[in-house]
Design a protein around this ligand. Structure first.
Ligand SMILES: NC(=O)c1ccc[n+]([C@@H]2O[C@H](COP(=O)([O-])OP(=O)(O)OC[C@H]3O[C@@H](n4cnc5c(N)ncnc54)[C@H](OP(=O)(O)O)[C@@H]3O)[C@@H](O)[C@H]2O)c1
Length: 323
């Protein structure tokens, strides 16, 4: 079958099209004919050799990922009813035509939802739904979203808005800021402006202008600066590192200010939560309550170009691979 393989750690050009053996389902497993694969930012960092402690891959490897497709073969002990079902799943090594996964790890795609939209939600929709629950966002909260125009950021804006929170998104440039407002943010602040923190503080409002919840999908200096915008007694999730590193938050200072910190470890969900959040995200999308923003779709053979597009930061929304 066709696949896209990382030959060595490096730039997008190390991701090349290859032929590899078809996967064979073991007992309890199914084969998915993959229609779409999601791409997420961290895959570009791992391809570049970043985060070896968390992501112990050694080239050559097939990256991935979240897939959406159709079940076309069953291993032993899998009920016949799975055959032909439209499903999503997390699969290691899913930049490929076919994927093998345990039947217990499948989520059925609602009939009214297309597979491209479903694929776009496998990672982003799950993490965003989980983050909303983790941070307990409700109608009285003022929420600051960093990286608000990205794959997950666009979903966080919509979900927080749907819970009645006041949402302020931080994005780079006028076009991305406009999208964030269109998705339901009460305000969008341009991160390239020198005084973005004053603008964010003003937009957050309240007796003491600040954010009850900060959802930091960028990290680095932007995230560290955003910590000063968090209200005492608030919540701060430092799950993002697209700037190259997670926010260097001083835990002692957070404790002193009564701020609850969450990190990347808090969004590594177990199988039961993964199933619950996947179903919730797909149901929200099927009902028109949640819209992943897909900036571009690349064929599997051009996975390297897809990674270059993610790293180039020119696209609005996320990138999906079509198999
Ligand atoms: N997706 C998930 O399920 C998931 C799970 C756990 C953690 N995370 C983390 O959350 C973050 C966002 O993930 P994503 O999948 O939504 O990625 P994404 O769609 O590629 O979004 C990345 C965001 O980071 C910003 N960004 C990119 N490069 C940057 C840089 N050098 N400096 C500052 N900002 C930069 C982008 O904004 P501009 O380029 O427009 O400035 C964009 O808003 C990542 O760090 C990821 O590892 C994601």
């Amino acid at each position: 079958m066709r696949a896209a393989q990382v030959k060595a750690f490096g730039g997008p050009e190390v991701l090349v099209a290859v032929e590899i053996p078809d996967p064979v389902p073991g007992p309890g497993e199914v084969v998915i004919d993959v229609a779409y694969v999601d791409t997420i930012f961290v895959e570009t960092q791992v391809r570049g050799g970043w985060g070896r402690d968390f992501f112990p891959v050694t080239p050559p490897y097939v990256p991935g990922g979240g897939v959406a497709g159709v079940v076309t073969a069953l291993g032993a002990d899998v009920p016949e009813e799975w055959l032909g079902r439209r499903v999503t799943a997390f699969v290691t090594g899913s930049y490929a035509e076919r994927a093998v996964v345990a039947a217990s790890a499948l989520t059925v795609v609602p009939d009214t939802l297309d597979l491209r939209t479903a694929a776009a939600l496998v990672h982003d929709g799950v993490t965003a739904t989980g983050l909303l629950e983790l941070t307990g966002i409700g109608p009285t909260d003022r929420v600051l979203v960093l990286g608000a125009s990205g794959g997950m950021g666009t979903l966080l804006v919509q979900l927080a808005h749907a819970r009645g929170a006041r949402v302020v998104g931080v994005a780079r440039g006028a076009e991305k800021a406009a999208l964030v407002r269109e998705l339901g943010a009460d305000a969008a602040v341009d991160a390239t402006h020198a005084d973005w923190t004053s603008a964010a503080r003003h937009a957050l409002g309240g007796p003491v202008p600040a954010a009850d919840v900060v959802l930091d999908g960028v990290g680095g200096q932007l995230g560290a600066t955003a910590f000063s915008l968090a209200a005492d007694g608030g919540r701060f999730s430092a799950h993002g590192a697209s700037s190259g590193g997670f926010s260097p938050i001083d835990a002692t200072e957070a404790t002193r200010r009564g701020i609850t910190l969450f990190g990347i470890g808090d969004v590594q969900f177990g199988p039961a939560d993964l199933r619950r959040y996947t179903s919730a995200a797909l149901a929200d999308a099927a009902a028109g309550r949640l819209r992943p923003v897909i900036g571009e779709v690349f064929p599997l053979e051009r996975a390297g170009d897809a990674h270059a597009a993610v790293e180039g930061r020119g696209l609005v929304g996320k990138v999906v691979l079509e198999v």
